[in-house]
Design a protein around this ligand. Structure first.
Ligand SMILES: *Cc1c(COP(=O)(O)O)cnc(C)c1O
Length: 375
């Protein structure tokens, strides 16, 4: 045991991927989203396992993340979701990557690269159906698709869009789907058979409909065992947590009533209180916003966080426990006995979203991988 560590259960990741695929029609392709170091789970350690578990295409944010995957294996298809800077364009050919394009300027720059290298450069066209981030605005998509079709050194391999509110607003998501499908329907000479057509992220899968032209999903959070929202239909899919986060008790002591706890004196004891000082703080990824909020599990009990979370240490109230020993395990996210704190609960207490929690666990935290496969 370390001072502070995260456990990543690769067998659970594999089972989750299997469950998600089983919940979708068999012809649906699986794009595994592994941006930001696979949502903090470690790209190196998860990427191979995801491919072995049935993922077909990696999606990453940028060229650097794509390069890390390419070094692990030639041939695996990699889609870059983010916009490319002009100087990054040659990497598409160097590392055999698929670019996301949103504008005529990007299309032309990538076509020029294809011409220079004498190869058909694969691209996915992104259509903005109401996210207001990347993508060509849906009402302007037709001419851009025709431009792409006229360019011999480009290979239009996919068309996609992204939902802004799939977790909160099914009606708006429906509207986004309809806009996207409308664009494709208005281009009768567009051959859909060899195109990857995708929209759904984890939350989108909730409203996935088989009769629409979609033939792929792009899944990030859900494969890591986190439901997009608590009453998710996906709860019926047996998704398991992949990630847990732990520290240890470094010191136990009892202070009298009226003692001030931590920087800024935001907490004063009103009775004799037994404190456990944990060996992790915001320098490990415990948000300062959990100061005087939330709890950690020790011996399966919820022990409240007292005072401000500090860089290397966090103070919790263990007065309710009989005896706590130095070195005992404290679980910030995960299960202990029959109690649990999920990543979503931890995020909610901290006033943020699970995505931010996972990508904010710092380098100091050792990742321990459970790799055993169920035979
Ligand atoms: C991050 C991302 C996803 C994955 O979203 P999840 O909610 O984690 O499933 C899908 N598509 C795009 C464009 C993304 O940026």
């Amino acid at each position: 045991m370390k001072r502070c560590w995260a456990e990543i259960d690769l067998a659970a990741l594999e089972r989750n991927l299997g469950c998600i695929r089983a919940a979708l029609p068999a012809h649906i392709h699986y794009v595994t989203v592994v941006k930001a170091d696979a949502y903090g789970h470690g790209l190196q350690q998860t990427a191979t396992r995801l491919m072995q578990s049935g993922a077909e295409l990696y999606a990453v944010a940028n060229v650097e993340e794509a390069r890390q995957i390419r070094e692990m294996g030639a041939g695996w298809p990699i889609l870059i979701l983010g916009a490319l800077l002009p100087e990054e364009i040659p990497s598409l050919a160097d590392y055999d990557l698929i670019a996301t394009v949103s504008s005529p300027a990007e299309v032309e720059a990538i076509h020029t690269l294809g011409q220079q290298r004498n190869r058909r450069q694969p691209i996915h066209l992104k259509i903005d159906t109401g996210m207001g981030r990347l993508g060509i605005w849906w009402e302007n998509a037709g001419p851009l698709i025709r431009l792409i079709q006229s360019m011999p050194y480009l290979n239009l391999a996919g068309v996609f869009t992204h939902f802004s509110s799939a977790d909160t607003d099914p009606q708006y998501t429906r509207e986004q789907r309809d806009r996207f499908v409308g664009v494709l329907r208005n281009l009768p000479d567009l051959d859909l058979t060899n195109l990857l057509i995708h929209a759904d992220n984890s939350a989108g899968i909730e409203t996935f409909e088989e009769d629409l032209p979609f033939n792929a999903v792009r899944v990030g959070l859900l494969q890591f065992g986190i439901l997009p929202y608590p009453d998710s239909l996906l709860a019926r899919v047996r998704i398991e947590p992949v990630f847990s986060f732990h520290a240890r008790v470094g010191l136990v002591k009892t202070v009298p009533p009226g003692a001030s706890i931590s920087y800024g004196r935001t907490f004063q004891t009103d009775k004799a209180t037994t404190l456990a000082i944990l060996t992790a703080g915001y320098g490990d990824g415990i948000p300062v916003s959990l100061s005087n909020r939330g709890s950690v599990l020790i011996q399966g009990h919820h022990c409240p966080i007292l005072g401000r979370v500090t860089m290397d240490q966090t103070i919790v109230d263990v007065s309710a426990l009989n005896e706590v020993k130095v070195g005992e395990q404290a679980t910030l996210i995960g299960n202990q006995n029959n109690s649990s704190i999920t990543t979503s609960e931890f995020a909610e207490q901290a006033g943020t979203i699970p995505y931010e929690i996972l990508t904010s666990i710092t380098k100091r935290v050792t990742r321990i991988y459970k790799t055993s496969r169920e035979l």
